[in-house]
Design a protein around this ligand. Structure first.
Ligand code: ADP
Ligand code: GN1
Ligand code: MG
Length: 376
């Protein structure tokens, strides 16, 4: 990230509960520019001890999300809906979903002088978002929470949601975009990654398995999160439970299998997403099992027979899709995902392809695990 501090002019527009005392870059998301903002609350002249309060400020990535108004309308509506549900269930709506901090003139976001869109959330305290599984139970808890999240949105009016990124998990469309990136080869990088290109093209037949089932009406469209990485959930430091699902930019109608699969590709891997030593990368069967158990439980019996049967395919396809997205971005000059070093998107692609390969090797075992938790 180039800017180390949140711009004062932007901070001044938000309705904060005190004077800003610190700001700095935060988190490891690949899309938005995220800052932690700390304010000191209370009247400086009063006898009571001043307290600190924290916020998350984000410059939204408007080349990825081209319609910030539509996106924030989704976030406002989804979080309001979730807050109501959480309240009804006796939970804490200020902690168990995102809370938007309004601008002083009541907006859900603002634009700076250059037209960049910025928004702010209440910081979820005493909870952690993990970049890798440290304790297996955290992964199980994340599965429960992502499953529950989907269940809570089961009666959300899906038709009112804007599609913030069209065809976001349409794998055949992603494959077509990947092929274009290979053909155009704008950076002259394709020749060096022939092996990876071939690996992806060899799996063309897989890419449309789920979209075909969907087209045949055999997979239901649900309101899903669509970006269920482990670091998009806050795990409560005290209880160890998945307390809050964050990063709601891609909440859209989608397949439950994609939410399941995206979590597996990220969290059930034995290595980081950008690990350079591929011998360290594999799909951990214990973690696969834990997540499968938790997700099925979290969905509370709502998954259909076909969805259950297709869970391993969901895991494989989300991993393959992510691999082709990373490679397409590498070929296009690293214009989509944030990178912090040369070749990082290629490294990310390679871990995904290694995971796909490993899942194929373990295919029967993945299916057996899923069957054991599906009541089949
Ligand atoms: P990106 O789309 O770039 O991934 P996220 O919205 O996921 O952006 O935010 C990046 C990181 O910032 C998250 O992984 C998490 O660590 C942290 N974060 C985001 N929102 C909050 C919040 N409300 N409270 C605490 N941490 C947050
Ligand atoms: C991005 O925003 P973040 O870092 O949580 C991406 C996901 C990818 C992921 C790969 C909007 O997620 O689709 O799976 O990187 N989000 C968007 O790590 O493209
Ligand atoms: Mg994120």
């Amino acid at each position: 990230m180039s800017d180390r501090k949140a711009p004062t002019a932007v901070l001044a527009k938000f309705d904060l509960e005190g004077a800003v005392i610190a700001t700095g870059p935060y988190g490891s998301g690949h899309i938005n520019d995220t800052f932690l903002v700390t304010v000191r609350t209370g009247d400086p002249g009063s006898a009571s001890t001043p307290r600190e309060k924290r916020y998350i400020l984000q410059r939204m990535n408007d080349s990825v999300f081209q319609d910030p108004d539509a996106l924030m309308e989704n976030v406002v509506n989804v979080t309001t809906f979730l807050q109501q549900k959480i309240r009804e269930q006796g939970g804490d709506p200020e902690r168990e979903t995102l809370n938007i901090i309004r601008t002083k003139d009541g907006g859900s976001f603002m634009r700076d002088n250059e037209g960049n869109p910025w928004r702010m959330y209440r910081f979820i305290e005493n909870a952690t978002s993990f970049d890798q599984v440290e304790k297996p139970d955290d992964f199980y808890q994340s599965a429960l929470a992502f499953g529950r999240f989907q269940r809570m949105l089961a009666d959300y009016p899906a038709a009112t949601l804007h599609e913030t990124i069209p065809d976001f998990h349409n794998t055949p469309v992603r494959l077509a975009a990947f092929k274009r990136a290979v053909e155009e080869d704008v950076c002259g990088r394709a020749a060096d990654v022939e092996k990876e290109i071939r690996f992806i093209l060899d799996r063309e037949a897989d890419t449309h398995v789920l979209t075909d089932l969907q087209a045949q009406g055999r997979l239901p469209l649900r309101v899903t999160h669509n970006d269920t990485k482990l670091n998009n959930i806050m795990i409560d430091n005290a209880t160890g439970q998945g307390i809050c699902v964050i990063d709601l930019d891609t909440v859209m109608p989608g397949l439950a299998l994609n939410d399941y699969g995206d979590s597996i590709r990220f969290g059930a891997s034995t290595a980081a997403e950008d690990e350079t030593d591929l011998s360290k990368v594999s799909c951990d069967l214990e973690l696969f099992e834990l997540y499968t158990k938790g997700f099925i439980e979290g969905c509370g019996g709502s998954l259909t027979e076909t969805e259950l049967a297709m869970l391993p395919m969901g895991a494989k396809l989300m991993t393959l899709e992510c691999g082709m997205r990373f490679l397409a971005d590498y070929l296009q000059g690293d214009v989509y995902f944030k990178t912090h070093r040369e070749g990082q998107n290629l490294d990310r692609c390679r871990t995904q392809l290694k995971l796909v390969w490993d899942m194929e090797e373990k295919w029967e075992r993945l299916q057996a695990i899923v069957a054991a938790y599906s009541g089949r």
